[in-house]
Ligand binder design. Structure first.
Ligand code: ADP
Length: 259
């Protein structure tokens, strides 16, 4: 029994040791792999716009050159530089908020009031894009423990998408309402929709449904990843439902607090 017991015990220790070692190693390795993928993806995303800036600059510098062609190239460069600047801000945001958020800075805020200011901003964009933007805000306040700027950014990203992926003449609805001890935010559009096979991936970083369509709208596939990161930091959840060519509904749920 003794001779049998020793290897068994050693074996158990060995397995336990390996198991614990595996547990300790895995998050580090995963974090490293994520960082590597993130860096590779980010570099890849920056490569195309930088190449486009270079080629436009080269054409603009080629003699002889008429003024309108030169202006066209410079405007292209300006447009690409603006979208690169957005990409870099988003990358910095994700890098900075990689770890847990500092929830000690979160305050009790009235979601309805915060959304009212966002509505004003998006109402102007709706007019410019010929979209109907219909907000449904409740009379009573809904309190959350939150960072107002982050929350505004998360919901803003959903509204930006709804506006981006809904053709002219379409409708975007923003609904805020209580559901038990939760506050719900819904952003609904009757735009182009998302294919069922893409739906599970849209919250992944750099994921875009199809490159041609995304290139047309100039996105980088980071808006939803950022929104999800913010919402989860607030103890909330985000889900998406969509029917291709009919529209999409994004829903956020947050735990409510007493004032
Ligand atoms: P992007 O900057 O490309 O819009 P997001 O992370 O915000 O990146 O969204 C990821 C992808 O999900 C988009 O490229 C788009 O294909 C799809 N998507 C997001 N919101 C909508 C929507 N409201 N309607 C249709 N497609 C959407």
């Amino acid at each position: 029994f003794l001779t049998l017991g020793v290897p068994v015990t050693l074996g158990t220790i060995g397995i336990t040791g390996w198991f614990l070692g595996g547990l300790a190693m895995q998050p580090t390795r995963r974090a490293y792999e994520q960082l590597q993928r993130f860096t590779a993806d980010a570099s890849h995303e920056l490569r195309a716009p930088v190449a486009a800036v270079l080629s436009n600059a080269q054409v603009a510098l080629m003699p002889p050159q008429d003024e309108s062609e030169q202006r066209f190239r410079l405007e292209k460069i300006e447009e690409i530089a603006k979208s690169m600047s957005t990409l870099i801000s988003n990358l910095l945001f994700l890098a900075r908020h990689e770890g847990p958020f500092d929830i000690t800075t979160f305050k009790n805020i009235n979601l309805v009031e915060l959304m009212r200011s966002l509505v004003d901003e998006y109402q102007k964009q709706a007019v410019a894009k010929n979209l109907n933007f219909i907000p449904y805000l409740p009379e009573q306040p809904l309190y959350l423990k939150a960072d107002a700027d982050l929350l505004r950014q998360a919901v803003g990203n959903l509204l930006t998408n709804a506006f981006k992926y809904t053709p002219s003449g379409g409708t975007v609805k923003l609904r805020i309402f209580p559901r038990g001890y939760r506050a719900v935010i819904q952003v609904e559009d009757n735009g182009i929709g998302i294919p069922a096979e893409d739906l599970p991936h849209i919250f992944e970083r750099f994921y875009r449904v199809d490159t041609v369509r995304s290139r047309q709208t100039g996105g980088f596939g980071l808006g939803l990843a950022i929104a999800q990161q913010i919402i989860q930091a607030h103890g909330g959840q985000i889900t998406a439902n969509s029917v291709l060519e009919q529209g999409s509904i994004f829903e956020i749920q947050f735990p409510r607090v007493d004032k």
